[in-house]
Ligand binder design. Structure first.
Ligand code: PLP
Length: 343
């Protein structure tokens, strides 16, 4: 039987959260003498700390009840908040499966949390036998979180066997779906009722084209979401960003059209890359980027930088690999032409 309270840090369980000035009065119209704001101007009032309108929109878009949704200042904020809810500094641990998104490790280090590393297999799949040999998947109460990224950054593939982890891990399983809108896989968010130990992360930074607005989404049980709301800074999403996000979310047609174009361009890039000599392998991708193996990642990376073409050099993690984000058709042509000239 899953018991959330056994996992939450005692100081977070007993936390008295900050009471926002507007918690008792939910309207834009009134005489506001409570929050020491300047009475003049159009950005003079604090934003809605619960982001109610944005949550309503996300709720119908993602088919998730509003109370199962948390909005963070990017999903990076949600990652940090999850670590702070569940992991006592200097005591608890998280599991990560590299090569994967770098912020899980950075957030753990910032919070003084130990990391157990269970690398992906050669084909970038979860190493289930090795994950299973860890007592943490059964009784080690100090391993509080496991971060799974699917589709995975930087490898691009969707992970198989996530269900096995969800069913066996006694801590919280965080599934980072930052790139899910580019894949044809169903989001785990549709299975919240099945897995009380699951948190699904998504973001408006990728397929929705809103990276500058910093809107991350966590979907989980109402109890987990309530802990997340308790420890977030009260006004973590600015009014400007809430309005911008709402506007972007209205335009589902543009969203779909951009995804279609990006996926077609990904296919075009893969075809082109397969004919270029310095590229030795193209990894399959369910995301909006492609991981390629090259004859010499450092040299190619430096060559491209001189041409103001910036790719991600992943050589330190995956030998001779570069991660290439899909750009516009115009950018992609320039990129391919530059790569063809590499000597
Ligand atoms: C897997 C993954 N998760 C989360 C993020 C961060 O997203 P956000 O912009 O919402 O903080 C990124 C950004 O690159 C990512 O690749």
């Amino acid at each position: 039987m899953f018991q959330l309270n056994a996992l939450v840090r005692p100081n977070i369980q007993s936390l008295q959260p900050y009471q926002s000035a507007r918690d008792d009065f939910k309207s834009d119209e009134g005489f506001f003498y409570d929050a020491n704001e300047n009475p003049y101007g159009h950005l003079n009032r604090y934003p809605d700390p619960r982001q109610n309108t944005l949550k309503e929109t996300l709720s119908s878009l993602k088919n998730i009840p509003r109370n199962n949704i948390f909005i963070g200042n990017g999903s990076d904020e949600a990652i940090d908040i999850l670590i702070r809810i569940f992991c006592c500094p200097n005591k608890d641990k998280i599991i990560i499966c590299p090569p994967t998104y770098g912020m899980y490790k950075v957030s753990a280090h910032i919070n003084h949390i130990d990391i157990i590393t269970v690398p992906l297999t050669e084909t970038f799949e979860l190493n289930i036998p090795r994950l299973m040999t860890y007592g943490h998947l059964n009784n080690d109460s100090q391993v509080k979180l496991i971060f799974l990224c699917s589709p995975n950054n930087p490898t691009g593939n969707s992970l198989n066997n996530i269900d096995t982890i969800l069913k066996s891990f006694k801590g919280i399983v965080v599934i980072d779906e930052a790139y899910i809108d580019f894949s044809n896989k169903t989001s785990y968010s549709q299975r919240l009722n099945e897995f009380p130990n699951m948190v699904v992360l998504q973001t408006l930074s990728k397929a929705w084209g809103m990276a500058a607005a910093r809107i991350g989404i966590a979907m989980a049980s109402e109890d987990v979401i309530s802990f997340m709301n308790n420890i977030k800074p009260p006004y973590n999403i600015s009014k400007l960003n809430q309005v911008a996000a709402l506007k972007a979310l209205q335009n589902t047609q543009r969203f779909q059209k951009q995804i279609d174009t990006i996926l077609k361009q990904k296919q075009w890039l893969c075809n082109q890359l397969s004919q270029i000599k310095c590229i030795t392998k193209i990894h399959p991708s369910d995301a909006n980027f492609i991981l390629v193996e090259t004859i010499d990642a450092n040299r190619i990376y430096n060559y491209l930088i001189l041409l103001k073409i910036i790719v991600r050099n992943r050589n330190s993690e995956i030998k001779n690999c570069l991660r290439i984000t899909v750009g516009t058709p115009h950018e992609n042509k320039i990129f391919i032409n530059a790569l063809k000239k590499f000597k």
